[in-house]
Design a protein around this ligand. Structure first.
Ligand SMILES: *Cc1c(COP(=O)(O)O)cnc(C)c1O
Length: 385
C-alpha cells in the first residue's frame, strides 16, 4: 500500500471487551494452565447457555472440532459426507483426513447456503452425514435438511462458525444438529485469537468426544474420580485448549450481548443506508428470510460481475477501506478435486457468487465515523461505470 493510500478502516480488528487481561492474570495466579481448568468450565457453561445446546467442549479451533466430528462418525475410506462448495476448506478437510469423500453441493442464490433442494440427489449408499454452514449466520433450511437426514439415516452437523446467536424458526443455531462446531478465530464474533468448540446435542457422543479430545485417554473420567487410573483407550489427539485461552474467551462470552449490539448496529447501518445505491447500481444486498435471525457475522454485496467486484475493491482501497472477497469454490480447488467429488447438479451458483461477492469491514470496535467512511466510499463507486 502506498503512503497516499493510508488505510483508515481495516477489514478486521480484534475486539476486546476489557476483562481479557484481568481474567488471564487470574488464571496465571490460580492455575492450572492446562485444559479443563476453572475458566474452561466457565466458558463452556456460558457457551452452552448462549447456544441453547446440551454440551460444549472447548477445542483449539473450529477445524479441530470438525476433525473430532469425523472421528466420532468413524468415517472410513469410501464413506461420503455432503458439504457445501461455498465454505472454508476445514468443513471438507475433516472428512478427507479420514480418507472419506466430501461431496460438494451448490448453494442457493439468495442466502448462499447449501441448497437443500439439491442435497437428496447427492445421497448414495455411502453417505454418512450432511455438514451445513449457516453462511453469514443466516440459517440453512434446516427443516428440509433434517427431513432428508431422517429419511436416509444421516447425521446432521452444523459448522456454526458464523452462526453464534442466530436462530431458525425459533431454534438457536448450534443446537439443531447432533453436533455443531464453533470458531473463536480472531475474525469471528467471539474470539480468543485461535480457538473453537465442539457442541454435542446428542448424549451418545459425549463420553467418546471427551476421550478423543484428551489424546484418546479417559483422563477426564480420572479427574472426576470415576476411574482409578487413566489409559489410552481410543484414537484421539490433543484438541483441548489451555485455561489461559479459556480465560480470554470467558471475558468475550460474558460480553456477548454488547458485542452483538455493536455488530448489529454496523450491519443494519450498511443495509439501510446502502439500499438505494444498491438498487440503482444493480448490486444485491444480503437476503435474510423472515423466519430467522442472524448474528451480524459479516456484510457482503454481490456486484454485477468479477470485473466490477475487482474494480470496487481497488476503489475502496483508494478511500482507505479494506474490503475482501470470500470463499473460492472448494469443488474447483486442487485438494477439492483430488479428495472430493461434485454432486450431480454441479455448483454453478457457487462459481458465480464467488466472483461477485465483496465483504465490507465489520468488527466490534468500528466507530460511527468508520461506518460513515465505508458507506461514503461505497456510494462513490458506480459499477456500471
Ligand atoms: C472460520 C471458519 C472455520 C475455521 O475456523 P478455525 O477456528 O480457524 O479453525 C471453519 N468453517 C467456517 C465456515 C469458518 O468460517
Amino acid at each position: 500500500m502506498t503512503r497516499t493510500n493510508q488505510l483508515s478502516v481495516p477489514f478486521n480488528k480484534a475486539y476486546l471487551t476489557g476483562n481479557e487481561t484481568s481474567y488471564m492474570k487470574q488464571a496465571m495466579k490460580g492455575g492450572p494452565l492446562t485444559g479443563d481448568g476453572p475458566f474452561t468450565k466457565r466458558a463452556s457453561a456460558l457457551l452452552t447457555q448462549i447456544l441453547g445446546a446440551k454440551h460444549s467442549l472447548l477445542t483449539t479451533s473450529c477445524t479441530h472440532a470438525l476433525d473430532m466430528t469425523a472421528l466420532l462418525l468413524d468415517l472410513e475410506p469410501g464413506d461420503e459426507v455432503i458439504v457445501p462448495s461455498f465454505t472454508f476448506c476445514s468443513t471438507a478437510n475433516a472428512c478427507a483426513l479420514r480418507g472419506a469423500v466430501p461431496v460438494f453441493v451448490d448453494c442457493r442464490p439468495d442466502t448462499l447456503n447449501l441448497d437443500e433442494r439439491q442435497v437428496e440427489a447427492a445421497v448414495t449408499g455411502r453417505t454418512k452425514a450432511i455438514v451445513v454452514v449457516h453462511y453469514a449466520g443466516v440459517a440453512v433450511e434446516m427443516d428440509a435438511i433434517e427431513a432428508i437426514a431422517r429419511k436416509h439415516g444421516l447425521v446432521v452437523i452444523e459448522d456454526n462458525a458464523h452462526g453464534i446467536g442466530g436462530t431458525y424458526r425459533g431454534r438457536k443455531l448450534g443446537s439443531i444438529g447432533a453436533m455443531a462446531t464453533q470458531s473463536f478465530h480472531e475474525t469471528k464474533n467471539v474470539q480468543c485469537g485461535e480457538g473453537g468448540a465442539l457442541i454435542l446435542n446428542d448424549d451418545t457422543y459425549f463420553e467418546r468426544a471427551e476421550i478423543i479430545r484428551e489424546k484418546g485417554t479417559n483422563r477426564g473420567q480420572f479427574f472426576r474420580g470415576m476411574v482409578d487410573k487413566y489409559r489410552w483407550i481410543d484414537i484421539g489427539s490433543s484438541y483441548l485448549p489451555s485455561d489461559l485461552l479459556a480465560a480470554f474467551l470467558t471475558a468475550q462470552l460474558e460480553h456477548f450481548t454488547d458485542i452483538q449490539r455493536r455488530r448489529k448496529h454496523i450491519w443494519n447501518s450498511y443495509h439501510q443506508r446502502l439500499a438505494t445505491w444498491a438498487v440503482e447500481q444493480g448490486v444485491a444486498q444480503p437476503s435474510v428470510p423472515d423466519d430467522r435471525e442472524h448474528p451480524a457475522h459479516l456484510y457482503y454485496l454481490l456486484l454485477p460481475d468479477l470485473d466490477s467486484r475487482q474494480r470496487m475493491l481497488k476503489h475502496l482501497l483508494g478511500h482507505g477501506v479494506l474490503g475482501t472477497f470470500h470463499y473460492q469454490p472448494l469443488h474447483l480447488s486442487p485438494a477439492g478435486m483430488k479428495f472430493g467429488r461434485t454432486g450431480p447438479e454441479g455448483c454453478p451458483v457457487t462459481e458465480d457468487v464467488a466472483d461477485r461477492l465483496l465483504r465490507l469491514p465489520l468488527y466490534g470496535g468500528m466507530a460511527d465515523a468508520d461506518i460513515d467512511l465505508v458507506i461514503g466510499a461505497v456510494e462513490s463507486f458506480h459499477p456500471r461505470g
